[in-house]
Design a protein around this ligand. Sequence first.
Ligand SMILES: NC(=O)c1ccc[n+]([C@@H]2O[C@H](COP(=O)([O-])OP(=O)(O)OC[C@H]3O[C@@H](n4cnc5c(N)ncnc54)[C@H](OP(=O)(O)O)[C@@H]3O)[C@@H](O)[C@H]2O)c1
Length: 238
Amino acid sequence: MAQLEGKTVVITGASSGIGAAISAQCLDAGAQVIGLCRRSDTLDSRVRGISCDLRDQASIDDAMAQIESASARVDVWVNNAGVAKLSKITDGALEDWDTMWSVNVRALAYCSQAALKFLSPESGQIINVSSMSGHRVPPTGGFYAPTKFAVRGITDALRSELRAAGSRIRVASVSPGFVDTPLLDEYFQGREEQLAEAKASMQMLGAEDVANCVLHIINSPMHVDIGDIQLRSSDQKA
Ligand SMILES: NC(=O)c1ccc[n+]([C@@H]2O[C@H](COP(=O)([O-])OP(=O)(O)OC[C@H]3O[C@@H](n4cnc5c(N)ncnc54)[C@H](OP(=O)(O)O)[C@@H]3O)[C@@H](O)[C@H]2O)c1
């Protein structure tokens, strides 16, 4: 029997990059996958797509209602959706800060809260896709890095709250360095030569490398509570 046969996994941002790779690996392992994103029409036909704009509270609530009618129980909830814009503290645009805060932080925390009603208190799992930028601030980290520091804080706060309440739901994060996905094109917009240099200087992680870590967390036995997996290209300097 495939490892995730009979399990339901919800993945935010399943339409691209890391989310699409996690989705593919979960499907291959036999899971039923529910994907939340705006471009739900582009998802793998095996994924139950739910159109959702994570900047919009009503849209998230509508997605939660659809999950409730599609599946009474969710085994794993992956908060993967994220936005990265180069938007510095010194001169970044508030509009960019608002977008990153609403998707990377507020929606992640709210989805985690909402997911609790679908997850078994004995065996449920929440996995947050954070970043190495949540562990140290690179010179161009701007407002993006603080949003990932917040993901780290939310991950730890939620785990503590759940344990204090007697729940065994496991909460983990994965923190990748550079991963070759469309997100980098947006982050390096206007600095395309820097992205080309970065790609020439290292063999970047692929989305499947991050997905491997997520599947490792999902497949870990119940008594193993992984906090965070940091991974980066062996060539990445910091
Ligand atoms: N690539 C990297 O170097 C890297 C490094 C460290 C951490 N990460 C993290 O990895 C995660 C996935 O990023 P990726 O590299 O796979 O990027 P990506 O290829 O650009 O994918 C981002 C995903 O987020 C979804 N998303 C963005 N805004 C959304 C919104 N308002 N509502 C709903 N969904 C939204 C997108 O779906 P729709 O557009 O269809 O809505 C898409 O599926 C992010 O949290 C990112 O911060 C990436």
